[in-house]
Ligand binder design. Structure first.
Ligand code: TXA
Ligand code: MG
Length: 321
């Protein structure tokens, strides 16, 4: 595997060539790094599952360069989807839509639906555009970590997660720390309503403002939803959130919360957005430092509170669903 810098002129072309040849390319997005493959290449997509040690039934998000390609992947697309893509793409919003028969089952885990997203990262967008010049569209990419581990937010993290599993012609693009730090919001797009399956930077109230009256609060749908596995997004350290700190533990809290005695403060974000940005990074630092338990004080206010509660609870092995 080779690590390329996103700022090198040739990296965009080399990444799209590698994808076209069926290699894997770990690339930055604004949320977390993805492990990409040509969505139409079965052999390449299958390698994603092997490299991550991920079950084949778990569907992959298809990344596209712009909203016009939605109709190449999905059918019966509800009218309100155009409003959503205008308002939030490129950006951290994944749409679950009815798939066209041309979209392979090995991408969607045999489901009738496909997850689609236009990421807001310059390198990712340029790479996806360049890839389309081969007459292809769609890069299937899950987060570039081992199954049930923490999503990577730097190229270095990807290397540490998957470096030994990638082969000599695969690529990792180093683009530094991602802007948001946690995965995209995922919404199911039904005929008459949408429903949030995974909270993220695009919040329920932002969706409600964009398409008033169409966002369902109550969970009703039966399609397989993200993070159904009991433990998810977990570092080696045990994550706790609902008890008092003990000596020797790692500690993550907003900067206005004082550090309890004898704990190691891993981060002091100033608001919920900063909290999201440092969460996985702090989990990784805890593991690097050999910390056994990390206490996370989940912020009770702020735009990212819901997404943070979701990720921390999953890291702690608690599944609300
Ligand atoms: O921010 C993100 O979404 C990142 C970047 C790389 O785009 N990707 C990401 O992918 O987090 P992944 O595979 O780690 O998580 C995507 C979740 C999975 O839990 C999967 O089950 C769900 O989305 N998903 C994908 N396609 C789906 C579909 N057709 N139906 C239901 N769930 C789907
Ligand atoms: Mg993931």
């Amino acid at each position: 595997m080779k690590i390329l810098s996103s700022v090198e002129n040739e990296s965009i072309l080399r990444a799209s060539l590698a994808l076209n040849k069926g290699q894997l390319v770990a690339f930055p997005t604004e949320t977390v790094y993805g492990l990409g493959a040509d969505a139409s290449n079965e052999k390449a997509v299958k390698r994603i599952f092997t490299v991550k040690n991920r079950p084949f039934t778990s569907p992959l998000i298809v990344h596209i360069a712009d909203a016009t390609s939605v109709h190449k992947l999905a059918e019966d697309v509800p009218d309100y989807v155009q409003k959503l893509t205008n308002d939030f793409w490129p950006g951290p919003l994944t749409l679950i839509l009815k798939k066209k028969s041309s979209v392979s089952n090995f991408v969607t885990g045999n489901q009738k639906f496909v997850g689609i997203r236009v990421p807001k990262n310059i390198f990712a967008l340029e790479m996806l555009k360049e890839f389309e010049k081969f007459g292809k569209y769609g890069v299937a990419a899950p987060s570039a970590n081992r199954f049930q581990s923490v999503s990577p937010t730097t190229g270095q993290d990807v290397f540490e997660e998957l470096g030994d599993k990638l082969d000599s012609n695969d690529l990792i693009i180093e683009d530094g720390q991602t802007l948001i730090g946690i995965e995209s919001t995922i919404i199911y797009c039904g005929k008459k309503y949408v429903q949030v399956l995974r909270p993220g930077a695009i919040t329920q109230s932002m969706l409600e403002k964009s398409i008033p009256g169409l966002v369902k609060i109550k969970k009703e749908i039966k399609i397989m939803s993200p993070g159904n596995h009991k433990k998810h997004y977990s570092p080696k350290a045990k994550i706790v959130f609902d008890r008092a700190a003990e000596p020797g533990w790692g500690y993550i809290a907003l900067n206005n919360i004082p550090t309890p005695p004898k704990v190691l403060r891993l981060a002091s974000p100033r608001n919920s957005a900063e909290f999201a940005k440092i969460l996985y990074l702090s989990f990784r630092n805890a593991d690097r430092l050999g910390i056994k338990t990390v206490l996370v004080q989940i912020p009770s206010t702020g735009k990212y509170r819901e997404a943070l509660a979701d990720r921390v609870l999953k890291a702690a092995g608690i599944n609300k669903k």
